[in-house]
Ligand binder design. Structure first.
Ligand SMILES: NC(=O)c1ccc[n+]([C@@H]2O[C@H](COP(=O)([O-])OP(=O)(O)OC[C@H]3O[C@@H](n4cnc5c(N)ncnc54)[C@H](O)[C@@H]3O)[C@@H](O)[C@H]2O)c1
Ligand SMILES: O=C(O)C(=O)C[C@@H](O)[C@H](O)[C@H](O)COP(=O)(O)O
Ligand SMILES: [Zn+2]
Length: 369
C-alpha cells in the first residue's frame, strides 16, 4: 500500500505526495486527475531519459489521448529560458492545449523548469512532479517554487505553481551517482537543522544505513523530510514569512554555486552555506561553539564539503548581496539558535559575512592539519 501525504494550499487539499517503490502505481494516480482524456508530455533530461524515459512512456502508452516526451541536455547550465523556449515550441508543435498535462520526470532542474513551463504555457497548464533525485524527492518537488536561472543568477525568473501530484518511486535512488546522492542529503540536513532536533539525532544514528542506501531507512528519511517541507509550505506557501527558513545555507550557497559556475552541486553549496550561517550564528552568540563544530563536522561523513578552494571572498560577498533575498538594502539571513531551531535575521553585516566566507575558504594550512 502506497504511503501518502496530502499537502494543503491556502488551507485546502491541493495535491498528494505518493511514496512508492516502483512506477507501477503512476497511471492509477494520473487517471484520478483525468489523464485518460488528456495529452501527456514527459519532460525529462538526457540522463534520466536514458534510465527511465522509455519505462515511464511505455507504462502510459495507449492509456491517455497521446503520450510524447521532450528530453533536454542534463545539467544546471540548461535550467534557463532557452530550454523553456524549446519546451514551449515542442508543446505547440504537438498541439498541447490548456487541458493537457506535463510530467516532470527528473531531478530539481527538471522539476523547476517544467513547473515554470507549466505556470506560463497558455497562462497555465497542469503538471505532475515525478522526482528522481534525493534532492528533488525531499525538497524541490514539494511546495510549488518553480523557475530558472537568468544570466547565471539562481532562480531569478520563476513562479509559484503547485503540482497536481508528486509521485515518488524511491527505488530510483539506487542509480544516483554518489555525489548527487550526498548533494540531496544536504537538504535533508538543512530540514532537520531548521525544524527537527529529533530527526537530526535519527540521522546520526542511521548514518551507516543512509550511506548504504538501505531502502527502509531511505524511505523513512524521505518521508520525514517531506513532512517538514509540507509543514513549512502549508503555513506560508508564497514565502511571506517563515518559508524563508528553508533557505538556510542558500544565501552564501547560491553565491558559491554561481561563482563556481555550477561546478559544485546545489546541495554541496548548501552545505558550505550552512557551515557559514552556523559560524555567523556562533559569532553572534546565538549558537554555542560546540553546536557550530557539531554541525560543521556532521557534513563530513556524508562526503559534503565544509571548505572550498579558489574563491574570492569579495566576489562571494558581492554575489551574496545580489541574490533575491535583499529587502530594503538588508540581506535576509537564516541563522541557527540551536539544532532544530532557525530564525530570520536582518542584522548580518558585510564583515560578518566576510568572516564566515574566510571560515569556509580552504587554505594551504587546512591541507596540512
Ligand atoms: N524548487 C525548489 O523548491 C528547489 C529546492 C531545492 C533545489 N532546487 C533546485 O534543484 C536543482 C538541483 O536539483 P538536483 O540536485 O536534483 O539536480 P539535477 O536535476 O540536475 O539532477 C542531478 C543529476 O542527476 C541525474 N539523475 C536524476 N535522477 C537520477 C537517477 N535516479 N539516477 C541517476 N541519475 C539521475 C540527472 O540527469 C542530473 O544529471 C537546482 O537547480 C536547485 O536550485 C529547487
Ligand atoms: O522551497 C523553498 O522555499 C526553498 O527555499 C527550498 C530551497 O532548497 C531551494 O533551493 C529553493 O529553490 C531556493 O529558493 P530561492 O527562492 O532562494 O531561489
Ligand atoms: Zn535548495
Amino acid at each position: 500500500m502506497a504511503q501518502r501525504l496530502p499537502v494543503l494550499y491556502n488551507k485546502k487539499p491541493c495535491y498528494d505526495i505518493v511514496f512508492q517503490q516502483s512506477f507501477d502505481g503512476l497511471w492509477e494516480e494520473l487517471q484520478e486527475l483525468g489523464a485518460s482524456e488528456k495529452k501527456l508530455c514527459i519532460v525529462t533530461d538526457s540522463r534520466v531519459d536514458e534510465l527511465y524515459g522509455a519505462q515511464v512512456a511505455e507504462l502510459l502508452e495507449g492509456k491517455c489521448c497521446k503520450i510524447v516526451k521532450y528530453a533536454f541536455p542534463a545539467g544546471e547550465e540548461n535550467k534557463n529560458l532557452e530550454t523553456v523556449k524549446d519546451v514551449y515550441r515542442y508543446l505547440i508543435e504537438e498541439g498541447f492545449d490548456r487541458k493537457d498535462m506535463l510530467l516532470a520526470l527528473g531531478g530539481g532542474v527538471t522539476g523547476d523548469l517544467t513547473g515554470f513551463v507549466a505556470a506560463t504555457y497558455l497562462r497555465g497548464i497542469d503538471f505532475v512532479q515525478i522526482p528522481t533525485t534525493l534532492l528533488a524527492q525531499v525538497d524541490s518537488s514539494i511546495g510549488g517554487k518553480t523557475g530558472v536561472d537568468f544570466d547565471s543568477y539562481k532562480n531569478m525568473v520563476g513562479a509559484f505553481k503547485m503540482p497536481r501530484l508528486v509521485y515518488m518511486n524511491l527505488s530510483v535512488l539506487k542509480t544516483l551517482e554518489e555525489r548527487q546522492f550526498y548533494s540531496g542529503f544536504a537538504e535533508v540536513m538543512k530540514s532537520a537543522l531548521i525544524k527537527d532536533a529529533l530527526f537530526y539525532e535519527w540521522l546520526i544514528e542511521n548514518m551507516y544505513e543512509i550511506c548504504e542506501r538501505e531502502p527502509a531507512t531511505l524511505e523513512e528519511m524521505v518521508i520525514r523530510t517531506c513532512s517538514i517541507k509540507k509543514m513549512v509550505v502549508e503555513k506560508d506557501p508564497t514565502e511571506q514569512g517563515d518559508r524563508a527558513l528553508l533557505n538556510l545555507g542558500h544565501t552564501i550557497g547560491h553565491a558559491i554555486e554561481k561563482a563556481k559556475n555550477f561546478e559544485l552541486y546545489h546541495g554541496e553549496c548548501v552545505a558550505l552555506g550552512t557551515v557559514a550561517a552556523a559560524y555567523i550564528s556562533w559569532k553572534k552568540e546565538m549558537l554555542s561553539m560546540e553546536e557550530f563544530y557539531e554541525i560543521r563536522d556532521m557534513f563530513v561523513p556524508f562526503y559534503l564539503p565544509i571548505s572550498v578552494d579558489d574563491i574570492d571572498p569579495q566576489e562571494i560577498l558581492k554575489l551574496t548581496k545580489s541574490d533575491k533575498k535583499m529587502e530594503a538594502g538588508k540581506i535576509k539571513f537564516i541563522l541557527l539558535k540551536k539544532i532544530g531551531k532557525a530564525v530570520i535575521d536582518r542584522t548580518v553585516t558585510d564583515d560578518e559575512i566576510l568572516a564566515a566566507i574566510e571560515e569556509i575558504n580552504f587554505s594551504e594550512e587546512d591541507a596540512h592539519e
